[in-house]
Design a protein around this ligand. Structure first.
Ligand code: MRU
Length: 338
């Protein structure tokens, strides 16, 4: 059994702790995950979030359950409940499938869960190395949601690329979309960038067109929750807006994700299940600062957590094992790279 430490998850000797991301950036509170239900609640409430991290977190929760003495049917029931806790990020389903595909034993489950954690760290490094060359000294980069160490077991996907460029000495500046309604950009990406000392400017999502029109953005880097076989991908709502704006303004638009985010069962973006969330998230806002609702109580609300960006708007997919470039809307070698 290993000691595994990431920015927002810690696991050792069957003990599992998560950093409650709903309380960031002002409060750093670690919560102990004692039961599978605790992890399911944490995933649903976005205390643990980000596609790769929820896969790893679910795997570690199952490792803990096995260590605590669950029998096979209890283990499989918990695996199913975890798998159903959020529908869009396919990393979650991938991780669970890895844990249930062999004969049940505590040793095998623990070893596989630990391997998934360590693999994710490595995948982040690979994406960062592959993507860093698309960032030049002096660039202004726009990003959406949080795709860093808080969203993975490693340095992140899109934010990992940005961090790698900064760490290699490039003087860069990041525009951070606040990412309504749950403010992963305004609360979490800013927190990470502050900690890394990377210069940034926070903007409201609806200011992106304006700064692109002013020629302030050299490139856009985003993550993904599920990439379909044809290259369409789901990511935090608002990503598609950026892709359309990027096309109009001639700004390169990069999707950064590990192979664990690719779903070859989804032929196109139309097949990706999109999570719908509570109307209160759009009627107002909730956080460690309190809760407020400004819209009429009974009014109609539309709150999909993700949108789908069509492949023709993507300049390149920066993956762990390759960079796939799109030429005039056609994808080169995407499927072959898997
Ligand atoms: O709802 P969230 O916060 O889990 O959504 C996260 C995102 O949309 C990220 O961009 C995506 O998971 C890629 S992160 C490595």
């Amino acid at each position: 059994m290993k000691n595994l430490n990431a920015l927002s998850i810690r696991y050792s000797e069957g003990e599992l702790w998560i950093l409650d991301q709903t309380l960031l950036p002002h409060k750093e509170v670690w919560i102990e995950i004692k039961k599978t239900e605790d992890m399911i609640e944490a995933i649903k409430k976005l205390k643990v979030r980000g596609a790769p991290l929820i896969g790893v977190a679910a795997a570690l929760a199952l490792a803990k359950l096995a260590t605590d003495g669950a029998n096979e049917s209890e283990f499989l029931r918990a695996a199913k409940e975890l798998r159903d806790s959020r529908p869009t990020a396919v990393n979650l389903m991938y991780a669970i499938d890895q844990l249930i595909k062999f004969d049940y034993s505590v040793e095998a489950v623990v070893a596989k869960a630990e391997q998934l954690f360590l693999e994710d760290v490595d995948l982040c490094e690979r994406m960062a190395r592959n993507g860093e060359k698309f960032i030049s000294d002096g660039d202004n980069i726009l990003t959406h949601c949080n795709t860093g160490g808080l969203a993975t077991a490693g340095i992140g996907t899109a934010l990992g690329v940005i961090k790698k460029a900064f760490d290699s000495g490039k003087k860069i500046h990041v525009y951070v979309d606040e990412t309504r309604p749950l403010l992963q950009g305004g609360r979490l990406t800013t927190w990470e960038l502050e900690n890394y000392g990377i210069p940034y400017t926070l903007i409201c999502d609806n200011m992106a067109a304006n700064i692109m029109a002013q020629g302030k953005i050299n490139s856009i880097f985003v993550g993904a929750d599920r990439i379909a076989a044809n290259g369409d991908f789901a990511n935090k709502t608002g990503t598609y807006n950026l892709a359309v704006l990027a096309k109009y303004h001639g700004v390169p638009f990069y999707c950064v994700a590990p192979y664990t985010t690719i779903d070859f069962e989804c032929v196109s973006g139309d097949d990706i299940p999109i999570e719908m969330r509570e109307s209160s998230e759009v009627r107002g806002v909730k956080g460690n600062f309190g809760q407020i609702e400004w819209a009429p109580k009974g009014g109609s609300v539309y709150n999909p957590a993700f949108d789908v960006t069509p492949k023709k708007l993507v300049t390149a997919w920066i993956l762990d094992r390759s960079v796939e470039v799109s030429t005039e809307g056609k994808l080169v070698n995407f499927v072959k790279s898997k």
